[in-house]
Design a protein around this ligand. Structure first.
Ligand SMILES: [Zn+2]
Ligand SMILES: [Zn+2]
Ligand SMILES: [Zn+2]
Length: 244
């Protein structure tokens, strides 16, 4: 399987409108601090998107992807679904996957789109593009059932935490162990956050779960310019690819 981090930014993205901090200036000058909003492309025998970023159109053009075989939504926050409308007049029927509450909200919001809805149960694997996907509960208020995604291809596993704070339920932690790659939410380096992990907490989680590799995403402008910050933290960047 191939994993591409299409968007590694937080809700406002970097550069943030009106901000002239060093990360936002690096982003404006074409540096790797440029972060579009969250989405991950998974490739097996086809393409699956984890979340549909408000920047989806540009992301799919940059990744040169023309057809999506499925969309999996982690939770109905604007920065994770708003780009779905970009499929309008591009792809007629899109297969969408998620837990009931998430699909109810997003499918209703995009009532003008024709999509094929697949309600998925937590902790029950399902197959798509020759890979196995499992949704697990994380902790991201106000949603009772925001999810992360585990992807399995033979003996290789990739775990994407989705948006979560560090209080992840025990049942989910068990499933997240020993991943070849952990893609973890880390909005800021070390500040206390309510809805998200910080980078220090994400690294501690990776260690506890014995992840072979960890990459941080949903990154805000708080880290400073990418090239310096990535010497200290394993920050992802838009367009970063992993192959297993
Ligand atoms: Zn900034
Ligand atoms: Zn969120
Ligand atoms: Zn988010």
């Amino acid at each position: 399987m191939k994993i591409t981090l299409l968007g590694t930014g937080d809700t406002p993205g970097t550069p943030t409108i009106g901000c002239d901090c060093s990360a936002c200036m690096d982003a404006r000058n074409g540096g790797r601090s440029y972060r579009s909003r969250f989405s991950v492309l998974v490739e097996g025998e086809g393409h699956v998107l984890i979340d549909t970023s408000p920047d989806m159109r540009t992301q799919l053009l940059n990744a040169n992807v023309s057809t999506i075989n499925g969309v999996i939504w982690t939770h109905p926050h604007y920065d994770h679904y708003a780009g779905f409308g970009d499929f309008y007049r591009i792809q007629k029927s899109v297969d969408v996957y998620g837990i009931k509450e998430t699909l109810d909200y997003i499918v209703e919001t995009f009532h003008f789109m024709s999509c094929r809805r697949h309600d998925v149960a937590l902790y029950k694997p399902f197959s798509l593009i020759g890979l196995e996907f499992t949704l697990f509960r994380v902790t991201h208020l106000p949603f009772e059932n925001a999810v992360g995604v585990k992807i399995t291809d033979g003996d290789k596993t990739v775990v994407i935490t989705g948006d979560t704070n560090k209080e992840i339920p025990e049942e989910s932690l068990k499933m997240m162990e020993d991943a070849d790659l952990l893609v973890a939410d880390a909005l800021a380096p070390t500040f206390k956050l309510k809805k998200h992990m910080n980078a220090a907490q994400a690294l501690a989680l990776g260690k506890k779960l014995r992840a072979k590799q960890i990459v941080l995403t949903h990154v805000g402008h708080f880290f400073g310019p990418h090239d310096g910050a990535s010497k200290k933290w394993p920050l992802g960047y838009d367009g970063m690819v992993f192959e297993f």
